[in-house]
Ligand binder design. Sequence first.
Ligand code: HEC
Length: 130
Amino acid sequence: MKSNFFSVLFICLLLVLGCTNDSESDLLVIDDPETDNPIDDDDGVEATVTFTEDIQPIIASNCLGCHSNPPRNGAPFALVTFDQVRSRSSAVLRTVSLQTGEPSAMPPSGRIPQASINLIEQWIDEGLAE
Ligand code: HEC
């Protein structure tokens, strides 16, 4: 009986964590300035993708469960700071672009939204602004 109680508690915890992750990635899509914010273009200057505004939130909700400092779950390095992500930016783009299930596809649980992948690509193309 006691162990059943703890199983139920554990499952509830998983559900709560799962919901938290879902809403974070939903927010990311809504916040994507490239897909639904043409207002930025009024002055004729395109908004630059930056690590702090655009990339760090994507990494935080999809990667830091493992690529924390110190890394967990067998991840080989941390992706916490601007320098850590910048120095691995091409590997980041390559691994998030892989199909789920391919070796080294990141995150292993399933692809992040295409809009987020596009943002990472644009960040690299524009020169890795902080
Ligand atoms: C569930 C844990 C976990 C999550 C979440 C995760 N990773 Fe990983 N990552 C790993 C492990 C384990 C490895 C080493 C084994 C491998 O390459 O598959 C790895 C390897 C990598 C590598 C090196 C792979 C190579 O071939 O060079 C990169 C780059 C990477 N991860 C980026 C990311 C990014 C970006 C995210 C988020 C979008 C992410 N990871 C999310 C566990 C994770």
